[in-house]
Design a protein around this ligand. Sequence first.
Ligand code: SAM
Length: 287
Amino acid sequence: MNYRHAFHAGSFADVFKHAVLCRVLTYLCEKPAAFRVIDTHAGAGLYDLTSSEASRGGEWHDGIERLLQASLPQAAAALLKPYVDVVAALNEPGKLAVYPGSPALVRAWLRPQDRLIACELEPQAQAALARHLRRDARINTLAVDGWTALSAHVPPPERRGLVLVDPPFERDDDFPRLARSLAVAHRKWATGMYMLWYPIKGRTEPDALAKRLGRLGIPKILRAELMVSALSDPSRLNGSGLILVNPPWTLEADLKLLLPALLGVLRRDAKARFTLDWISGEAPPTR
Ligand code: SAM
């Protein structure tokens, strides 16, 4: 395990993933019934953007820093506000030195009745995660394999919530594994929401993933992709994708506003673009 998210914290891919995560969390909080989030690959929880790791790549300059400095269309700014507010609350006014990972963002939405299970296997990240989220009875940080946890912890007792699967893609088989693991978990908990993240360097693996997912017989799978640059250099991360199973009924409309706004902020070249489509199932009726 060589991957260290500290190098990538606050990057364009984090901003896209976390902006969508916060929309899903906001939706979950609209009903009083308890929910549970299972974060299978949680990372360290909080990131020091002044650390040598974060400074070396400097990826947050092209991600969260751009977002905080952007002047966005009003509707998109309103959708992003809860996420931006959590980042701002961790920092001194007008400064950016700390960035929240997915478990810290989830914590900001947890009500007394809600729960978070955050799994992290890499020892240093696990220790940091446990330190950052300690003394919160609603949160359980586990030093376990996230792939195993994915099916072991579903369905949750609350029968309501989200599974976030955000692996490091260090292994060649992480793309097929994503589809296999979703199939197993979905058989156990068909009504849960799942959010899967994947990198886009070229088209081969993302397209093969979509085909695999389309064959699973899962009724509602929405796909959103944000390419910040042309796919001409497959050694770089040119974009990222999100698979949303059983997304909130409001999410497609949110994404129609968020994707163009995020593209405008995060783009690196003229070939940047986004896509939004249903891999399976129909768009839920609008209310
Ligand atoms: N979800 C985090 C966020 O959005 O802030 C970022 C997670 S990062 C992309 C992937 C994490 O998975 C890394 O911290 C890595 O150490 C961890 N990891 C790698 N293999 C794992 C495994 N089998 N089980 C759990 N965590 C793992």
